[in-house]
Design a protein around this ligand. Structure first.
Ligand code: SF4
Ligand code: SF4
Length: 374
């Protein structure tokens, strides 16, 4: 039986968060926490998005965790590798971490520049930040969001930030579609899961629509946590309205952990709970539909059932999308012109949509896609 803890918390009120964090961590690997001196808090710091955009882990939740571990006498590091070529100092500042590090004796670490180890899982090589291996306690703190490529982003997808800097973009180029990318995520999970002490999902403010950055911020009012990442993601995704096969990596992750979906235990009051009015249509159907199509026919289907990024006139010509594209499909913006996407080069990984800080990359759907997702 895999236990998932869930608590209704309406706002980022520090005393409430501290009480929940302390309660949830009672389920963590206590021996490891006792033995180890250094803790890595691994939030979602996708880019320089302020907390109210619901893209990144809220700093108040991190503050509650910082206080908890400092009280236990631990050395606290907070680290992630943001997407693309994001300026990490700017990300820390906008996400509220610089201010946190001024008030508490914690170290902010840039996982993009701290070295890595390359390990292999079932023939798939993965580069993982050296910092991850230097910390005896690892607390994974994800954000509760939808995801344009793999449907849902919770605790397992949050581990992708352990891959340093532009290696992430390179992997997007090598594993462009949702199924291939899921194999990479599973390899990463296989290599890291035994060192994770506990995982949280910050769903007090979450996101629906086409996440992980351009969707709609929603007051879900939930904090979730578990030792088992796959059980946690399964419970969280189900409350959003996803079915197991909507998320291409989830079934295999549960198998890897030896967890039967029917054995995932949530508090009684959440047993049949579904969040109201969550918009997951666009991200859900694509995965379920494409998984039923033979691989050889994918290119044909994608002509009629697909989405592609389009740069809108909301663009502020910052050029971040150009640097984020793993296959150099976007030309730099001119003084008077918007960046342009070369449809022949574009692999539809949606990194540009994910990384645009101004929500200026729209997703254009073909007529068939619009009908299916209605
Ligand atoms: S689309 Fe977004 S990321 Fe790209 S240049 Fe415009 S504002 Fe910047
Ligand atoms: S243009 Fe956007 S969706 Fe296309 S490959 Fe580049 S980053 Fe990915």
């Amino acid at each position: 039986m895999s236990r998932v803890q869930i608590r209704k918390i309406e706002s980022y009120d520090l005393p409430q968060l501290e009480a929940a964090v302390s309660d949830f961590l009672g389920q963590a690997n206590r021996q490891r926490i006792k033995r180890s001196k250094r803790v890595l808090l691994k939030p979602n710091l996708l880019g320089a998005f302020p907390p109210e955009r619901a893209v990144t882990t809220h700093p108040a939740l991190l503050e509650a965790l910082v206080r908890h571990f400092l009280e236990l006498g631990k050395e606290v590091w907070i680290g992630d590798s943001p997407g693309g070529t994001a300026n990490v100092e700017q990300v820390w500042k906008v996400c509220g971490l610089s201010e946190l590090a001024e008030r508490y004796p914690v170290k902010l670490v840039n996982l993009s520049t701290s070295g890595f180890r390359e390990l292999s899982w079932e023939g798939i090589p993965v580069k993982i930040s050296e910092v991850f291996w230097q910390c005896g306690i690892v607390i994974n703190i994800a954000k509760y969001k939808t995801h344009g490529l793999v449907g849902f982003t919770g605790a397992l997808k949050n581990l992708y930030g352990l891959v340093p800097g532009l290696v992430k973009s390179d992997y997007h180029g090598r594993y462009p579609n949702s199924l291939d990318f899921s194999h990479l995520l599973l390899a990463l999970y296989g290599l890291t899961r035994n060192r994770l002490s506990y995982s949280f999902i910050d769903g007090i403010l979450g996101m629906d629509g086409i996440g992980p950055s351009g969707g709609r911020a929603r007051d879900f009012g939930l904090l979730l946590g578990a030792r088992c990442v796959s059980a946690l993601d399964f419970a969280a995704a189900r409350m959003m309205g996803f079915r197991l096969d909507d998320i291409p990596y989830l079934g295999e992750a549960l198998q890897m952990d030896g967890v039967l979906p029917s054995r995932v235990r949530v508090p009684t009051s959440f047993r049949d709970f579904k969040l109201p009015d969550v918009d997951i249509r666009a991200v859900r159907f694509s995965n379920r539909f494409l998984r039923r199509i033979p691989r050889a026919a994918h290119h044909l289907v994608e002509r009629y059932y697909s989405k592609r990024p389009v740069i809108s006139d909301r663009c502020l010509k910052c050029g971040i999308c150009v640097q984020s594209c793993p296959v150099q499909a976007i030309s730099a913006p001119g003084k008077f012109s918007l960046p342009r996407i070369d449809p022949k080069k574009c692999i539809k990984c949606m990194c540009c949509h994910e990384m645009c800080p101004h929500g200026a990359v729209d997703i254009h759907k073909t007529w068939l896609t619009r009908i299916i997702e209605r």
